[in-house]
Design a protein around this ligand. Structure first.
Ligand SMILES: C[S@@+](CC[C@H](N)C(=O)[O-])C[C@H]1O[C@@H](n2cnc3c(N)ncnc32)[C@H](O)[C@@H]1O
Length: 258
């Protein structure tokens, strides 16, 4: 993928539009992580949630359903994803409960000190776990005592990795096993409340619709080398999970500042 090539970027957005999710995850995993938050919160109400890098917002929808009295701010850098979520918000008359914000999760354009819970499925790797926790901590409400950050993070499931797995993840030098994530959480000054590995169903929830999109776009880009390359890379990503999915996944972690 060449991000400086507008034709490839356009084909990439084509491939990634209209999909329910943009990363692995499912309702059961969102609910499990959220249950760890509410158990640790005790009497404290989770009034406001910041869903960073929300994409088309499937986890935003789950959060809205599971926390019906909370306000959710869903932020993403790509307006097209926000537009998909906004369509769902309007259809369900949830404008009072869910607000979208166009912005960069590295410097979220929202008030600091104002969220009980920061959520990020499938995107914290763009900062790295430690940097993400430290960048987002100032956005947590300070009173009552600081809130929670929950995120999912790529993880190796084995110490013995096939070469294609090593190559596929080579660009993410920080990738480790679950213990490595726990160490980065501790180094960032956070307490780890929950950590679990996303199940295969969470990957199918991402890749089954993406496979349909790949299949549908093959004809469209048959005479377009840039588009073909993007579609082929999408297929390779899906195949990597089908062939080697037992060697990697995402860990969902729930943390709070110490
Ligand atoms: C792997 S997707 C995950 C989306 C969604 N959370 C999900 O699980 O379906 C990564 C998301 O990060 C967004 N993104 C990338 N860089 C970003 C940034 N700097 N700030 C905010 N969002 C960003 C992308 O637009 C995309 O929606």
């Amino acid at each position: 993928m060449d991000w400086s090539n507008p034709k490839q970027v356009a084909a990439f957005m084509d491939l990634h539009s209209g999909n329910p999710r943009e990363g692995p995850g499912d309702k059961a995993s969102t609910a499990r992580a959220l249950a760890a938050v509410t158990a640790a919160a005790g009497d404290r109400q989770i009034e406001s949630v910041l869903d960073l890098a929300c994409g088309p917002g499937m986890q935003t929808r789950y959060l809205a359903e599971l926390l019906p009295t909370s306000h959710i701010t869903a932020l993403d850098i790509h307006p097209a994803f926000l537009a998909e979520l906004e369509g769902w918000i309007a259809q369900n008359n949830l404008e009072q409960q869910v607000t979208t914000v166009h912005g960069d999760m590295k410097q979220p354009p929202v008030a600091t000190g104002s969220f009980d819970l920061i959520w990020c499925e499938g995107a914290a790797y763009m900062l790295g776990v430690g940097a993400a926790l430290q960048t987002w901590q100032p956005y947590l409400r300070a009173d009552p005592a600081q809130g929670f950050i929950a995120l999912s993070e790529p993880v190796f499931l084995s110490a013995q990795l096939p070469q294609p797995v090593v190559e596929n993840w080579a660009e993410y030098a920080e990738m480790s096993d679950e213990d490595g994530i726990a160490a980065r959480v501790a180094d960032a000054g956070f307490e780890l409340l929950e950590s679990f590995i996303l199940p295969p169903a969470a990957w199918a929830a991402y890749y089954d619709p993406l496979q349909k999109r790949v299949d549908a776009l093959r004809t469209k880009y048959v005479n377009d080398a840039d588009g073909r390359q993007v579609i082929n890379e999408g297929q390779q990503e899906i195949d990597a999970w089908r062939n080697y999915g037992e060697y990697f996944s995402y860990a969902f972690i729930v943390t709070r500042p110490r």
